[in-house]
Design a protein around this ligand. Structure first.
Ligand code: ZN
Length: 141
């Protein structure tokens, strides 16, 4: 197991722009605030979204497109470095109009209304490296 301790930095609340992509807008915020390590949470609603399921046998993401408005019931993730840049890894639970939910690795989502929380973590940021066992980019040194 790899673990590392951090100190808490800034807590940032953000209302995302209507029509923006949730992942892009959070990534822009990380760049602007120069945040390289963080915990991330968001709730709200998306006009459409794309999530993915990682197939542990084929080692490929299977895309799941959601082409209708959904509640962003819960979105949680973290920030570390990948290729020298802050990288947001987020998972989302999305609920349809009947209340049934779907979830997965969040790749994109068009914001209807989203409230996000970023907890900056101070210390040496974790760096994502290719892991040959999973074919994922996991935390290395
Ligand atoms: Zn994921």
């Amino acid at each position: 197991m790899l673990s590392r301790g951090f100190k808490q930095g800034r807590c940032i609340l953000a209302r995302l722009d209507h029509g923006a992509d949730i992942v892009k807008q959070i990534s822009d915020l990380l760049d602007k605030e120069k945040i390289e390590a963080a915990a991330f949470y968001a709730i709200g609603a998306l006009a459409e979204a794309e999530i993915a399921y990682y197939d542990q046998v084929s080692h490929e993401y299977r895309k799941i497109s959601i082409n209708e408005p959904v509640e962003l019931v819960s979105c949680t993730g973290n920030v570390s470095l990948r290729d020298g840049q802050p990288f947001l890894h987020a998972h989302a639970t999305l609920a349809f109009s009947d209340g049934k939910a779907i979830g997965g690795h969040l790749t994109s989502g068009r914001v209807f209304a989203v409230e996000a929380f970023v907890q900056e973590l101070l210390g040496e940021p974790l760096v994502r490296e290719h892991d040959s066992t999973t074919s994922l980019y996991l935390w290395g040194q």
